[in-house]
Design a protein around this ligand. Structure first.
Ligand code: NI
Length: 270
């Protein structure tokens, strides 16, 4: 039986696949041929701006209503972001990682473009049941995208893709045919996938109780107001968790690693 949570993640997954064609191949490669139920997602990540009507809390409200609880807070000073993670009592449900861009820390031109985008969103849009995969609520041109990209890859990504899952994350601990993240990475590379090497192919490790890697985002043609342009869409992440001295599996995130994972949608370096 599908719960409301499963339905939400199924909808997010379909939306994610629609702009991330490689995700289906990665999914099948790691043993999920018969549907998403075979692969356990460690977490799903979302991005937004810290502007009232669509801020982190507005996205989080959807998960809190489904029984999720806030479990951690993170800061990314260089990228001018903050984030929170949420967990469900049913540990087979994906954790949720939501970040928001601190808009006021950017230049006036960038703030102006973002304000224009957000002004176009209906006041109650964030309360709609499909908001988390509603995409963009605005149009921008390619020059505005490039201007955002100069200061923030994250802002540029948001302007092109809007509200949707930024990435799904395979739980390596739950994979049948792989024990360690390095083996997953090798399988992916053998199949021709390009991994994010910012901060090393594997971010973190047993010392911080979490090892993560990710593919570089797919490149998709987007129709901007003035012209089409091929830009990064979404990526797939892989996470292996380690036990704490207490014997329980670590469930948090590691800011230094997440900082590098953000670069999987970098338009400049891939
Ligand atoms: Ni992630």
């Amino acid at each position: 039986m599908h719960t409301k949570i499963d339905t939400l993640f199924a909808n997010l997954w379909q939306d994610y696949l629609s702009i991330t064609p490689s995700a289906k191949k990665v999914h099948d490669l790691l043993g999920g041929q018969n549907g998403t139920s075979e692969l356990i997602n460690d977490h799903v990540a979302f991005r937004t701006f810290n502007i009232g009507k669509i801020n982190l809390d507005k996205l989080a409200a959807h998960f809190l209503a489904l029984g999720y609880e806030e479990k951690g807070q993170y800061q990314f000073e260089q990228k001018k972001l903050v984030a929170k993670h949420f967990e469900h009592a049913d540990t087979t449900k994906p954790k949720v990682f939501i970040s928001e861009l601190l808009v006021e820390e950017f230049s006036q031109p960038v703030q102006k473009i973002i304000a224009k985008m957000v002004a176009n969103i209906a006041e109650d849009a964030a309360t709609h049941s499909d908001f988390l995969y509603s995409g963009t609520h605005w149009t921008i041109n390619s020059e505005e995208y490039d201007l955002l990209l100069e200061e923030s890859e994250y802002a540029a990504w948001m302007s092109a893709w809007g509200f949707r899952a930024n990435h799904f994350t395979v739980s390596v601990n739950h994979l049948e045919h792989f024990q360690v993240l390095a083996d997953v990475n090798n399988q992916l590379k053998d199949a021709g996938f390009v991994l994010n090497t910012a901060g090393g192919e594997i971010k973190g490790g047993p010392d911080v109780h979490l090892a993560q890697s990710s593919t570089m985002a797919d490149k998709i043609e987007v129709q901007f107001a003035d012209k089409p342009k091929v830009i990064p869409s979404c990526f797939y992440e892989f996470a292996q968790r380690f036990t704490l001295p207490s014997g329980t599996l670590y469930q948090g995130f590691v800011a230094a690693s997440a900082d590098k994972i953000f670069e999987s949608t970098n338009a400049k370096n891939n």
